[in-house]
Design a protein around this ligand. Structure first.
Ligand code: URA
Length: 265
C-alpha cells in the first residue's frame, strides 16, 4: 500500500481508540433521553423462581416510586440465601436505571470466604467491559497496595456499592446508592469477611452511614452490623484518588498497616 493510501478499517479503529482515550465511550442519540424517567420501565412478568416458597418478584411495577423501588430492593436482597442467588436477583432487578446504560453487572471478584472485603464506588469502563471490579488503573494500584501487606486478589473479596457503571463515570446519585445499598449489604452479610474496607467517600457514606468526607472518616475502626455478626470496618482513600494525589498514599499506607495488624492480632 502506498504511504498516502488510507486503510479505512484501520482509520476507523484508530478513531475509536482515540475517542475511548478521550473518555468518549458511549454512543449518543440526536434527541436527549431522560434516563431517570426511564428508571422503572414497564416490565415483563418475572420468570418463575426455582424454589417452591414465596419469593418477592424481581421487577418493580411501571409506576413504582423511589420508596417502592428501595423497599423492593430490600425484600429481594433479604431473600437471597447465597451469593449466587444474590447475583441472579441483581441481574433480574430493573429498579436502577444504571443497568440500562451499562454493559455488564459487575458483581464481585476474589474470595468471598476471605477475611477482608473491599468495597469501592462503582465500575469504570474497563470493569464494565470485563464484568469484574477494579481491573483498570485503580485496580492495579489496589493490587499493589494489597501486595504491600502480604495479600493478593485471591485472598480478599472485592465489590462496589454500585454494580453498574454510571455513564461517563459520574458519581452515583443518592437515589442510586440507596437503591443498591440493600444488595451490597446482603453481599457483605453472605461473605465471610471479618473486616470491611470502604474505598472512598461514597462507599463509606453509603455503608457506614457517615456524613463527613473521607479525609475525616478514614483511618479509624468502626463497627459494621453484618446481620448475624458485627465486623470491624475501616474507610480509606480510593485508589483512583491516590492516582491523582500520590502524596496521599502515605495516609492509605497507614490504613493498610491497620488492616495487616488487625489480621495478625
Ligand atoms: N473504581 C471503583 O470504585 N470500582 C471499580 O470497580 C473500579 C474503579
Amino acid at each position: 500500500m502506498a504511504l498516502t493510501e488510507i486503510d479505512p478499517a484501520r482509520a476507523a479503529a484508530d478513531l475509536l481508540a482515540w475517542y475511548a482515550e478521550m473518555g468518549v465511550d458511549a454512543m449518543l442519540d440526536e434527541e436527549p433521553h431522560d434516563r431517570f424517567a426511564e428508571a422503572v420501565p414497564v416490565q415483563r412478568a418475572p420468570p418463575p423462581p426455582p424454589q417452591t416458597e414465596q419469593r418477592p418478584a424481581a421487577f418493580a411495577g411501571a409506576s413504582a416510586s423511589a420508596d417502592d423501588v428501595e423497599a423492593q430492593a430490600r425484600m429481594l436482597a433479604r431473600s437471597a440465601r447465597s451469593l449466587d442467588e444474590l447475583r441472579a436477583l441483581l441481574q433480574g432487578f430493573e429498579g436502577c436505571a444504571l443497568k440500562l446504560t451499562a454493559r455488564s453487572l459487575v458483581f464481585a471478584d476474589g474470595d468471598p470466604e476471605g477475611r477482608v472485603m473491599f468495597v469501592g464506588e462503582a465500575p469504570g469502563a474497563e470493569e464494565d467491559r470485563s464484568g469484574l471490579p477494579f481491573v483498570g488503573r485503580s485496580g492495579q494500584l489496589l493490587d499493589r497496595m494489597l501486595a504491600a501487606i502480604g495479600l493478593d486478589r485471591t485472598q480478599v473479596y472485592v465489590a462496589n456499592v454500585i454494580p453498574w457503571r454510571p455513564p461517563g463515570n459520574r458519581t452515583p446519585t443518592p437515589q442510586e446508592l440507596a437503591t443498591c445499598l440493600p444488595f451490597v449489604a446482603r453481599q457483605i452479610e453472605l461473605s465471610k469477611a471479618e473486616i470491611l474496607v470502604c474505598l472512598g467517600g461514597p462507599s463509606a457514606q453509603s455503608l457506614l452511614g457517615v456524613t463527613d468526607g473521607i479525609q475525616r472518616t478514614r483511618g479509624r475502626w468502626m463497627d459494621y452490623d453484618a446481620g448475624s455478626r458485627r465486623i470491624k470496618a475501616l474507610a480509606t482513600l480510593h485508589p483512583a484518588y491516590l492516582l491523582r494525589q500520590p502524596l496521599q498514599k502515605r495516609l492509605a499506607w497507614r490504613d493498610f498497616k491497620m488492616i495487616r495488624a488487625a489480621l495478625d492480632g
